[in-house]
Design a protein around this ligand. Structure first.
Ligand SMILES: Cc1cc2nc3c(=O)[nH]c(=O)nc-3n(C[C@H](O)[C@H](O)[C@H](O)COP(=O)(O)OP(=O)(O)OC[C@H]3O[C@@H](n4cnc5c(N)ncnc54)[C@H](O)[C@@H]3O)c2cc1C
Length: 238
């Protein structure tokens, strides 16, 4: 699985901070943008921190981030696309035949180890044989794909603005999220922190706010390590 931040709004924090000033300055954002682009780092940080603290989040929406997620499972992308405030483009199983000749066309969950892992691979080989045979016998890719499992690898491009990303990280960096999307979300967070460190400085699972909204459903792992340790992990993510 690879997570690649392939593009993002240039100077995302300057864009966000200068957009925010539109609401309380007589001068337009273009003026502030030019001024902030030359420096004023501390002012930019303060504006962004105030926006986030006061939950005045619409200016944060002006910065967008585009990721290429490569070799992730269809199971992951099904969960990902539930996040509606985003744009997606996914590899088509109608136009692209899944390369089942390689042994690299599916994701194996880490819980499959030893003998169970071998069985998993054997089952994938059986599915691959059915898929290949049906295509040879004239079935279109778009129909033969009905045989393929959730484990099938895929590529997807996702663009989210910073506000949606903050929400996405709340839900998907959480220990309650499924492992693959949690790994992807954590890696996405690591990468956006590098290019927009103030916007994402406190980003992470919902418990970054100081309590676990899951209540009784708080995972055992989190009870063991405690919220402070989880917060530390995400604050120090590099
Ligand atoms: C641990 C976990 C388990 C899950 N289990 C299941 C499950 O068993 N079954 C299942 O179906 N889903 C499940 N989901 C998916 C979940 O229900 C959401 O669909 C998904 O997390 C997207 O969240 P969202 O709707 O908040 O976010 P987004 O779609 O990213 O939207 C962001 C925010 O915009 C607002 N918004 C967006 N669209 C609307 C709208 N139409 N009306 C009003 N406000 C809107 C909301 O405030 C929303 O929080 C699970 C998610 C998690 C994290």
């Amino acid at each position: 699985m690879e997570v690649k931040l392939i593009a993002y709004t240039p100077n995302p924090e300057v864009v966000v901070a200068s957009s925010a000033t539109t609401s309380f300055k007589s001068k337009p954002a273009s003026h502030t943008f030019e001024k902030y682009s030359k420096g004023e780092e501390e002012k930019i940080k303060k504006i962004i921190r105030d926006l986030i603290r006061h939950n005045h989040l619409s200016p944060i929406e002006h910065a967008s981030f585009t990721f290429s997620l490569e070799g992730v499972s269809r199971s992951l992308t099904h969960e990902l696309v539930r996040h509606r405030i985003a744009s997606y483009t996914q590899q088509s199983q109608r136009y692209v035949k899944v390369n089942t000749e390689s042994e690299d066309w599916f994701v194996i969950p880490k819980s499959y180890t030893g003998k169970k892992r071998e069985e998993f691979i054997k089952r994938m080989r059986i599915i691959a044989r059915w898929y290949e045979q049906d295509i040879k016998e004239g079935i279109k890719y778009e129909d033969a794909r009905f045989l393929l499992p959730n484990a099938t690898k895929t590529n997807i491009v996702v663009t989210m603005n910073a506000r949606e990303l903050l929400h996405f990280f709340n839900l998907r960096c959480c220990q309650r999220a499924q492992w693959e999307i949690r790994e992807v979300a954590t890696e996405m967070l690591r990468q956006v922190k590098r290019v927009a460190p103030t916007i994402f400085e406190n980003a992470g699972p919902s418990c970054m706010k100081g309590f676990c909204p899951e209540g009784d459903l708080m995972p055992e792992e989190c009870r063991k390590v405690g919220i402070k340790e989880i917060q530390k992990k995400f604050l120090e993510l590099k």
